[in-house]
Every structure is written in structure tokens, then in C-alpha cells.
Design a protein around this ligand. Structure first.
Ligand code: NDP
Length: 335
């Protein structure tokens, strides 16, 4: 069983020496357990936070000298547990960064045997799609004709949040890194506009792209991008605070502007709300129905960046913080 271990807590951006490839004998399931073969591993920005030795987060730190875990799509290769048969396809919440995993069945979500693209259960039809859908509809509450701005617009969550916004009648402006990615956001994901945050004067270009101001800001990034968007928020704007990826490698913005930010909540009656997808899983069936409908009707594009081979997981993971991915980043393991 090949595993990628976290052997050192990254300082700043993750580097290959923070990880080690380790080979173990195949694990043997006990009574009530399953042996799972991972087919796809989800790589997500939140994992960076769990690589720190910090207790003040919503999830505990990853242990050193062990695989970090994380979501996978897996096949049941041996079942000693009720309710699962060999050959079943499942999504695991934490079986990741290894070829095989043992599970007692807790938290597994079964997938249809004939699912055309099982990796989508980690992306558009899984956690990142759900996060985009829930954050936008429940907190953003889009109304037709409103202007929605989405940061990290080319990523797994952002690309879906913007497309859902368009389907619900918003004018959608994305913000992403690089002219090429911005072009993709407009041409492939159908955003009305996309601005490259690496080019000068983001604030000025945003004013032009959102002439009626911003009614919803779907926040994935924070930092300088938030500072550019904030003055354009309209009265009664909603800000689903999904993530702040610009700070995950330890680079955080100064605290000086927090007072002004809070004051603007009052002046403009802005609704700013953080959320965690895991608290809202009772809405997952509604999400799945609507998202499948859009996908089947060809109304929504699901883009994935697929990297082959577990050994490449560490560099692929580091690439999340360099914008190397478009759409959902997954590692494919041999079946
Ligand atoms: P993405 O697929 O969006 O990948 C991360 C992207 O962020 C990169 O491709 C890059 O795109 C951009 N990025 C990275 N570093 C920076 C930076 N310093 N400044 C600006 N952009 C940067 O990942 P996800 O879709 O999985 O996650 C997006 C956000 O959603 C994250 O903040 C994540 O933590 C959050 N999230 C929150 C959840 C919740 O329940 N609240 C659940 C899942 C995700 P670019 O090329 O544009 O730079």
C-alpha cells in the first residue's frame, strides 16, 4: 500500500520535502470493515490549514508520519461490513493520500455503479459543487439582474458558483490569476467578464466591469482582492465568506482595515456570513438533484484538472496556491 506521509509541517508554501512516499504491506480488514482501493483523491486548499499544528480551527491538525486523509472516490475490494458489496463505488471523507484504505463504513456515500465520471463526486457533484451551490443560494440569495463577483473564479468552487449565479439570472464577474485563465472563465464557464488580479489596477477595472456595483461577493480569496471588491458593495449586499486562500500559506493581510470593514457592514447593511459545507448536508439531496439537472441539460460545465499518480500529489497540492489548476483538482490512481 503506497502512502504519501506528511513528515514536516510546511513553513509557508508546501514543498516536496514536507512529504515522503512510504510503501506498506496491504492492510487487512477486520470484522465489520472494508478494504477500499482509492481511484481518485481530492486535493483541497483546506488541507493546508490542517498541516499546521494549530488547534484553533474547525478541524484538527493532521498527524505527522501518516497520510493526511481527505476525500476520495474508492472501490470496495473486500467487504466484511453489512451493507457494502465488493465492487461498490463510494466517496470517502478521509481515506486519502494512499492507494488502499480501511473503513468501517462510517461517512461513506455510495455512488451509482455506472457513474460516467466518478471523479465528479469530489467536485461538481460533491463537496466543492455543494459548497458553491449552498453558499451562493443560501447566503448570497441571488436575484435576477444582480451583479455577482466571484474570486478564484477558475477554481472548483468559484467556477460552479459563477455558473449557478448565471443560471439564476445574475451578471457574473470573475476574478482569477492570468489572462489565459480569465479567458477560460468567460469562454468555458460563461461568466460575463473576468479580471486578472495580477494585472495592475484591479479596483479600477472592477468599477468598469460592475457599473451598477456589487450585490453579492462570493469570497474565496481575501487579501488584496477583497480590498478591491469591498468599496463596490451595494446597500444590502451579501458576502458568503467561503474561504481566504490567499492567507493559507501564512501570508495574511494587515488588521488595520478591519474597523472600516465592520463599519461598512452597518452603513451599507451588508450581510457577511461564513459557512462550512459540512453543517448543511441536509440540503445535499436538493443540491444533487438541481446540479445533475443542469449538468444533464448541458447548462453547466464541470472542469477538472486530473493529475496521474499518487507520487505527484504533493506537487499538485502545492500548485493549488499557484493557480496551476482550473476547476476541481484530483489525483487519479490506477484502478
Ligand atoms: P480552487 O480550485 O479554487 O484552487 C485554489 C485557487 O485559488 C487556485 O487555482 C488559484 O487560482 C487561487 N489562489 C491561490 N492562491 C491565491 C492567492 N494568493 N491569491 C489569489 N488567488 C489565489 O480551490 P477550491 O475551489 O477547492 O477552494 C476555493 C476556496 O473555497 C478556498 O478558499 C477554500 O478554502 C474554500 N472552500 C470552503 C469550503 C467551506 O465549506 N467553507 C469548502 C471548500 C472550499 P488563480 O489562478 O485564480 O490564482
Amino acid at each position: 500500500n503506497r502512502q504519501v506521509h506528511l513528515v514536516r509541517r510546511p513553513q509557508g508554501a508546501p514543498v516536496p520535502d514536507d512529504f515522503r512516499i512510504v510503501d506498506h504491506p496491504l492492510p487487512v480488514p477486520g470484522e465489520g470493515e472494508l478494504l477500499l482501493r482509492n481511484l481518485y483523491l481530492s486535493l483541497d486548499p483546506y488541507m493546508r490549514g490542517r498541516m499546521n499544528d494549530s488547534r484553533d480551527s474547525y478541524a484538527p491538525p493532521y498527524a505527522l508520519d501518516a497520510p493526511p486523509g481527505g476525500g476520495t472516490v474508492a472501490r470496495v475490494v473486500r467487504s466484511l461490513a453489512d451493507g457494502f458489496a465488493e465492487g461498490d463505488l463510494v466517496v470517502t471523507p478521509d481515506g486519502g493520500w494512499q492507494t488502499f484504505a480501511i473503513s468501517d463504513g462510517a461517512g461513506l456515500r455510495r455512488l451509482p455503479h455506472d457513474m460516467a465520471q466518478p471523479s465528479q463526486a469530489l467536485g461538481v457533484l460533491g463537496m466543492t459543487g455543494f459548497t458553491a451551490w449552498w453558499g451562493l443560494t443560501a447566503i448570497g440569495r441571488p436575484q435576477a439582474g444582480e451583479t455577482l463577483v466571484v474570486s478564484a473564479a477558475g477554481g472548483a468552487v468559484g467556477s460552479v458558483a459563477g455558473q449557478v449565479g448565471r443560471l439564476l439570472g445574475c451578471r457574473v464577474v470573475g476574478i482569477a490569476g492570468g489572462a489565459g485563465k480569465c479567458r477560460q472563465v468567460v469562454e468555458e464557464f460563461g461568466f460575463d467578464d473576468c479580471l486578472d488580479y495580477r494585472a495592475p489596477d484591479l479596483a479600477g477595472r472592477l468599477r468598469t466591469a460592475a457599473p451598477d456595483g456589487v450585490d453579492i461577493y462570493f469570497e474565496n480569496v481575501g487579501g488584496a482582492i477583497r480590498e478591491a471588491v469591498w468599496p463596490l458593495l451595494n446597500n444590502d449586499a451579501r458576502v458568503p465568506v467561503c474561504g481566504l486562500v490567499s492567507g493559507y500559506n501564512g501570508v495574511t493581510e494587515g488588521a488595520g482595515s478591519i474597523h472600516a470593514l465592520l463599519m461598512s457592514l452597518i452603513v451599507k447593511r451588508i450581510r457577511l456570513q461564513g459557512f462550512l459545507n459540512a453543517d448543511h448536508l441536509d440540503s445535499f439531496p436538493d443540491f444533487e438533484r438541481q446540479m445533475r439537472g443542469w449538468l444533464d441539460a448541458g447548462q453547466l460545465r464541470a472542469h477538472e484538472t486530473i493529475v496521474d499518480g499518487l507520487d505527484r500529489a504533493p506537487t499538485a497540492f502545492a500548485g493549488l496556491f499557484e493557480g496551476h489548476n482550473t476547476g476541481k483538482l484530483v489525483v487519479r490512481l490506477p484502478d
